[in-house]
Ligand binder design. Structure first.
Ligand SMILES: Nc1ncnc2c1ncn2[C@@H]1O[C@H](COP(=O)(O)OP(=O)(O)O)[C@@H](O)[C@H]1O
Ligand SMILES: [Mg+2]
Length: 202
């Protein structure tokens, strides 16, 4: 295979800026003349659309959430991400496996990280995962308070943040703090991504 590809994920607690920065990063890489495919989780397939509705519904058991997120990701990887990688694209995903590992395991002590990893076995691993980090008090203040979804309360997000940081240490993920203005944060992300792309021969 002579086509170079790169699978890059921005993950982090709600309001840390994964959506903002995935979009900006994809535009930047395109501006450099690279082939880029921007995507997000939940994905745009039917399971992803169902998940978007479930995010507004507190009655759904965490185990159902976990299974649906894994099914969405399996389809997302096989039908969208992998084909794009095979065509030599840089795929940028706004959230991926790490969101499931963190959110579903914090949601319920019955769901172990090991089990969540297992049901996600078939989805391919990213070349680079960047964790965006911020104090939940700041991130929640940035969100429109009227349209809060079920994962968006401070106490829950403090636990989520702690687990993101612990797992980042364990897995060797790069962590970027997003307290600063958007332009400075984006610059830090771009610097990190360019360094990794160069290492991969881009
Ligand atoms: N560094 C920042 N400074 C100020 N506002 C920000 C910053 N990063 C993101 N925002 C704003 O915070 C809100 C949440 O950002 P978003 O990218 O949707 O976060 P996420 O996708 O991680 O939940 C958006 O309104 C966005 O414009
Ligand atoms: Mg988002």
């Amino acid at each position: 295979m002579d086509k170079k590809s790169f699978f890059l994920v921005l993950d982090g607690i709600d309001g840390s800026g994964t959506t903002t920065h995935s979009k900006m990063l994809a535009s930047y890489l395109e501006m450099l003349g690279l082939k880029v495919h921007l995507t997000q989780e939940p994905s745009k397939n039917e399971i992803g659309l169902l998940l978007r509705q479930y995010l507004k519904n507190n009655e759904i058991p965490p185990s159902t959430d976990a299974l649906l997120f894994a099914a969405d990701r399996d389809l997302h990887y096989k039908k969208e991400i992998k084909p794009k990688l095979d065509q030599g694209f840089i795929v940028v995903s706004d959230r991926y496996i790490e969101s499931s590992i963190i959110y579903q395991s914090v949601q319920s002590s019955d769901l172990s990280i090991e089990w969540i990893k297992q049901i996600n076995t078939f989805a391919g691993s990213p070349d680079l995962t960047i964790i965006l980090d911020i104090d939940p008090k700041i991130s929640l203040a940035r969100k429109d308070q009227k349209i809060m979804e079920k994962f968006e309360d401070t106490k829950f997000l403090v636990e989520v943040r702690t687990l993101y940081l612990n797992r980042a240490k364990e897995e060797g993920y790069n962590v970027i703090n997003t307290d600063d203005i958007i332009e400075i944060v984006q610059q830090n992300i771009q610097n990190m991504v360019i360094k990794k792309l160069k290492e991969k021969g881009f």
